[in-house]
Design a protein around this ligand. Structure first.
Ligand SMILES: Cc1ncc(COP(=O)(O)O)c(C=O)c1O
Length: 480
């Protein structure tokens, strides 16, 4: 901006999300000074007039990097004091700006693959067992079933195929209705459509963010055949009233546990409560196999049907004899090798997440206008993603602006899912009123939560968050 720019103009520019800094240049384009959020704060406290020109409050003492210098040499100039580094050409004109976001990036999720993953995958490569047969399939399934406390576990190619396999094995098909929450990832509803049935969207409960038992009860018709409670963001659904509803109307219960491995409802692991549990091992999940999924059930007959459908519908005792037109939903031995190594680390991952959650809670609980993730008294929430809601009226900034400001500081966040019912893919579905979903969808934001994340990382995210809120609030108060 030019030297003649006023305090008000600089503040307006900063509010557009320019990385918390404005560069002030003379008529020749040569950098004269920098103005940061902090400078603005100090200028306001000192009573500077809003129409005062920029040079009244900018700092002329700045650190700058050189265009053409080694990138690492320029980055090395950034430190706790120097958060913004203008890069100048030989004439002193700014050509670039480095910020902390160039120095430190916090992705939303990072898989942790530092255990036996490489060893087991290498074993597959050296022995040649890379397809859907091999020892790791059985070992992964057994480890998973043991973690669940028994029952059957069958690995699949994804969480989506796990869900579809469950519906197909339960005989859900054309003419049937399946109740799903409006607040979930689209795969939950897509599989219902793939099965030839109709998704019926119901609202979620404001305390758990998961399927409202009352809304589900109100949506049952003579065509309803199943419900798919989704343990969203790692928080279990309130299963007792849903099980009672299913019992009353003879409905199948398919738990979508894609985001909730390890979560517990009244001490029972999710995936062991309904007829079938379905898990996802996509790279951002609690454990990963790259892509992958698992179905769990306590019903041996149902497990046998799912195993057959997973493998083209072929009879177990007669090769190439197809009893149904099944699918190829098998997992590879390579993926299962990853899965086994991940299972070995699962307790460590969940403990790490609990520590991150405690660190986030400590800071965020003090911020008015921010609500912590759901946590019912009976729930073990594994916090797949630590997800908060923003009260825009109290905080004075929207969820999306907060996300933008955190991105400028190198922190990746993610808005929560959109409601499903208004989306084009679901125009033929049935939708009940979903005001809670609509509200959460506008205000929910997930913060970085990964198995590789450290407490120091979480502290940095908290610091960035409070600093963003602080500078925004000061700017807003004075701009009013
Ligand atoms: C709630 C929910 N259901 C289903 C899925 C589908 O899992 P996948 O991506 O492994 O197919 C996901 C994952 O993204 C999910 O979050």
């Amino acid at each position: 901006m030019p030297l003649s720019a006023s305090l008000r103009q600089v503040m307006t520019r900063l509010n557009e999300g320019v990385g918390g800094v404005v560069l002030v240049v003379d008529a020749a384009g040569t950098l004269q000074g920098v103005v940061t959020d902090g400078d603005i704060r100090r200028a306001i406290i000192a009573g500077t007039a809003f129409e005062a020109p920029a040079d009244a409050f900018m700092s002329r003492q700045f650190t700058a990097g050189r265009a053409g210098a080694e990138p690492t040499a320029n980055l090395a100039l950034l430190n706790a004091r120097v958060r913004h580094l203008p890069i100048l050409d030989a004439g002193g004109r700014p050509v670039d700006l480095l910020t902390w976001a160039d120095l430190w990036k916090m992705p939303l999720v990072q898989p942790s693959l530092g255990g036996n993953e490489a060893k087991y995958v290498n074993d597959c490569l050296t022995t040649g067992w890379i397809s859907s047969q091999g020892a790791y399939i059985d070992r992964f399934q057994s480890a998973f079933a043991a973690y669940m406390g028994g029952g059957e576990a069958l690995c699949c190619s994804s969480g989506t195929t796990a869900l579809h396999l469950a519906l197909a094995a339960l005989g859900i098909g054309p003419g049937d209705e399946v109740i799903v929450p409006d607040f979930t990832f689209g795969a939950t509803a897509n599989v219902v459509i793939h099965a030839g049935a109709t998704p019926v969207f119901v609202d979620v409960d404001p305390v758990t963010w998961t399927m409202s038992p009352a809304a589900a009860a109100a949506a049952v018709t003579p065509r309803t055949k199943a419900i798919i409670p989704v343990h969203l963001y790692g928080h279990p659904c309130d299963m007792d009233p849903l099980l009672a509803l299913a019992e009353r109307h003879n409905l199948k219960v398919v738990e979508d546990c894609a985001e909730a491995l390890g979560a517990e409802y009244k001490g029972r692991k999710v995936g062991t409560i309904g007829d079938v549990g379905c898990f996802s091992f996509f790279a951002n999940k609690i454990i990963t196999t790259g892509e992958g999924g698992m179905v769990t059930t306590g019903d041996k007959d149902l497990a046998a049907i799912m195993a057959r459908l997973r493998d083209h519908g072929m009879a177990k005792d007669r090769r190439y004899w197809h009893l149904e037109a099944g699918f190829n939903y098998r997992m590879t031995n390579l993926q299962a090798a990853l899965g086994l190594a991940q299972m070995e680390a699962l307790d460590k991952f969940l403990a790490r997440r609990a520590d991150l959650v405690a660190r986030y809670d400590r800071t965020l609980a003090k911020i008015q206008g921010m609500t912590l993730p759901p946590r019912a008294p009976w729930a073990r929430n594994v916090h797949w993603l630590y997800t908060i809601t923003i009260d825009e009226a109290v905080l004075g900034l929207t969820r999306d602006l907060l996300a933008e400001k955190l991105k400028e500081r190198g922190i990746e966040t993610r808005p929560v899912f959109f409601p499903l019912h208004p989306q084009p893919a679901y125009r033929n579905a049935v939708a009940h009123p979903c005001p809670v979903t609509e509200d959460l969808a506008r205000r929910g934001l997930s913060l970085p939560t990964g198995n590789e994340m450290t407490i120091e990382d979480a502290s940095k995210v908290c610091e960035a968050l409070t600093s963003v809120l602080h500078s925004h609030l000061v700017t807003l108060m004075r701009g009013a």
